[in-house]
Design a protein around this ligand. Structure first.
Ligand code: AFP
Length: 339
């Protein structure tokens, strides 16, 4: 659900946000344009697939202990190189890097911190299923010249912008500056992102849910209860049938929810409890929660609003329930009852 739209370019949209609405300053505008440009380069690399010799593993393991794909490494490089020289950033943190990347001394420094998952869902690359980039922008604390990991540990409510791209049948960029959610589609002939949906709204109710059901035996009782009730459909306490979808690319699952509603869940379970969860707070949960809330949805750990969580580490993981408001609230209520 969204408002009708005049198809302007991302550049024009950002200039309007700066000039007319004074919603962003010139540095943030430049930063977002550069991120958009880098995502276009990633879209080209993803689109080339086997022809670009970019499929398969890179032969390295990232800080998360996961085998890096060639496209993970390439996307990370593209985002780093595009963003380090513009003068709008103080440092960059990536899911693929152990520590923050400081802006080299030869370039001017700015007041923002950029956080990204360069290629989310990368296990889907080799099977030609949608993947994407997730990013979040924070302010660098005042007076900090050489930011370190600690300076990135800000609750998600402090984000000044967040977005994701989906490299799917078309390439989409979804963006929030804290005043609604906007969707841009890449015009491949012109090479520019064009506004195609404004003020996206997630329906409060839904008949779709997304969870990796193969983990069922590891779930905690409130998650089991919630999902079992969905599965019981018309005959169960919910009195209606639900459909299940799981792409295993958070960008694709969240984009579906933004488009037609639903709830996405990656709870902490017995399989990932020692890590704190599966999804990363700074690179995945926070930007997606900001977007979902801006579209009228909700995002919770099951016990707390995600955007209120005080991060403890750059690569911290967390439980995620997000999407249609009434469903997220119900899942959270089951957790509260179980407590
Ligand atoms: P990768 O980027 O390592 O493929 O992980 C993707 C992801 O973080 C998220 O995008 C998916 O929702 C989730 O993991 C998929 O997890 P499962 O492997 O349990 O399906």
């Amino acid at each position: 659900m969204s408002e009708p739209v005049k198809p302007i370019s991302l550049t024009q949209f950002l200039i309007e946000q700066q000039r007319e609405r004074q919603h962003i300053n010139a540095d943030l505008r430049l930063l977002l344009e550069v991120v958009g440009r880098a995502c276009k380069a990633i879209a080209v690399a993803v689109g080339r697939g086997a022809l670009g010799n970019v499929l398969g593993n890179a032969g390295a393991v990232n800080v998360q202990g996961e085998a890096q794909k060639k496209l993970d490494v390439l996307s990370n490089e593209i985002l780093l190189q595009a963003n380090e020289w513009g003068g709008h950033l103080a440092a960059i943190a990536s899911e693929e890097m152990d520590d923050p990347h400081l802006i080299p001394h030869r370039y001017p420094k700015g007041n923002y911190l950029l956080v990204f998952d360069p290629l989310d869902g990368s296990s889907n690359i080799d099977v030609n299923v949608s993947v994407g980039t997730i990013f979040s922008v924070l302010r660098c604390p005042e007076g900090v010249d050489e930011p370190n990991a600690e300076h990135f540990l800000q609750p998600g409510s402090q984000q000044v912008a967040a977005g994701y791209t989906v490299y799917g049948p078309s390439t989409l960029l979804v963006l929030t500056l804290g005043d609604g959610v906007y969707q841009f589609t890449l015009d491949r002939e012109l090479g520019s992102f064009v506004l195609t949906q404004r003020r996206l709204r997630i329906p409060e109710d839904t008949q779709e849910f997304a969870i990796n059901a193969s983990n069922r035996r590891h779930w905690d009782p409130p998650v089991r209860r919630y999902v079992e009730e969905l599965q019981q459909g018309k005959e169960g306490p919910r009195g209606k049938d639900f459909n299940m979808r799981w792409v295993a690319s958070m960008v694709a699952d969240v984009h579906r929810i933004l488009t037609r509603g639903g709830i996405f869940m990656y709870p902490v379970d017995n399989k990932c409890r020692d890590k704190g969860g599966r999804l990363r707070l700074l690179y995945e949960a926070n930007p997606m929660s900001f977007i979902v809330e801006q579209a009228g949805g909700a995002a919770s750990t099951g016990t707390q609003r995600i955007l209120d969580v005080q991060p403890q580490g750059l690569h911290q993981r967390i439980a995620v329930f997000l999407g249609s408001k009434n469903e997220v609230e119900r899942a959270a209520a089951y957790h509260a009852e179980a407590d």
